[in-house]
Design a protein around this ligand. Structure first.
Ligand SMILES: Nc1ncnc2c1ncn2[C@@H]1O[C@H](COP(=O)(O)OP(=O)(O)OP(=O)(O)O)[C@@H](O)[C@H]1O
Ligand SMILES: [Mg+2]
Length: 187
C-alpha cells in the first residue's frame, strides 16, 4: 500500500511539474532520431497485462519497418502511456482496444480506439483542459487528476503535431488520434 501510494504521489508531482513547464513554455525536448514503430509496439506490450486483467483485447496494427522520427522518445512514451491508460480505464471489461499507425502525407498518424464509455460531443475539446474530467462512475472510482491529456497535448504541440478525440457519444467508444511530422535530423 505504501509503495502504491508513493507511486501515485510521484506521478502527481511529476504531472504538476510537467503542466507547469508546458504552461510557461519551459518544457524542453531531448530530440533524437528514434524508431516510432518500436516505441508504439513497446508501449502496447507494457499495457497488455492491465488490459488482460479487465479481459480487454488489445490489438495493434503497426508499420513493421523501423521508422525514424526526430522526437523525444521518453515524452512520446508518456503520451502513449496516458492514452492507453485512459482507453483501458474507461472501457468496462470485455472490450476491445485497437492501436493503429499509418503515414498520411508528411505525417505519421497514431490512433488508439476503444469500445468504452465514450465522450459526449460537448466535452470532446474540454478533456484537453488541465484538471478537466467528465463526471462518471469511472472517474469517481479511479481518482485521476485530469492532467494526462493536457500534458499529451502540450507534448504533441511542441513536436509540431496535433491531437484530438472523436466519439460517437456516450457508451459508443472513443478514438484518440495524434500526429507527428515525418522528419529526421541529418547525422
Ligand atoms: N478513452 C476515453 N474514454 C472516455 N473518456 C475519456 C477517455 N480518455 C479521456 N477521457 C475523459 O477525459 C478526461 C481527461 O483525461 P485525462 O487523461 O486528462 O485525465 P484522467 O485520466 O482522468 O487523469 P490522469 O490522466 O491525470 O490520471 C477523463 O477524466 C475522462 O473523463
Ligand atoms: Mg489519463
Amino acid at each position: 500500500m505504501i509503495a502504491r501510494n508513493t507511486d501515485r504521489l510521484t506521478r502527481l508531482v511529476n504531472d504538476i511539474l510537467d503542466i507547469t513547464k508546458i504552461k510557461s513554455k519551459k518544457l524542453q525536448l531531448i530530440l533524437e532520431n528514434a524508431d516510432l514503430s518500436k516505441i508504439i509496439a513497446d508501449s502496447v506490450e507494457d499495457f497488455k497485462n492491465l488490459a488482460d486483467q479487465k479481459q480487454i483485447e488489445l490489438k495493434s496494427k503497426l508499420l513493421t519497418k523501423s521508422l525514424k522520427l526526430l522526437i523525444d522518445q521518453a515524452r512520446i512514451c508518456q503520451v502513449m502511456a496516458n492514452c492507453l491508460d485512459n482507453a483501458i480505464k474507461f472501457t468496462p471489461g470485455k472490450g476491445l482496444i485497437e492501436v493503429e499507425m499509418k503515414k498520411v502525407k508528411d505525417n505519421l498518424v497514431v490512433s488508439i480506439k476503444d469500445t468504452g464509455i465514450g465522450i459526449s460531443k460537448r466535452y470532446l475539446r474540454k478533456i484537453f483542459i488541465p484538471f478537466f474530467r467528465v463526471e462518471s462512475d469511472i472517474t469517481r472510482k479511479f481518482g485521476g487528476t485530469g492532467l494526462g491529456l493536457a500534458i499529451c497535448k502540450g507534448i504533441i504541440n511542441i513536436h509540431h503535431g496535433k491531437i484530438w478525440a472523436k466519439s460517437l457519444g456516450k457508451g459508443k467508444g472513443t478514438t484518440l488520434t495524434f500526429t507527428l511530422p515525418l522528419k529526421t535530423k541529418k547525422q
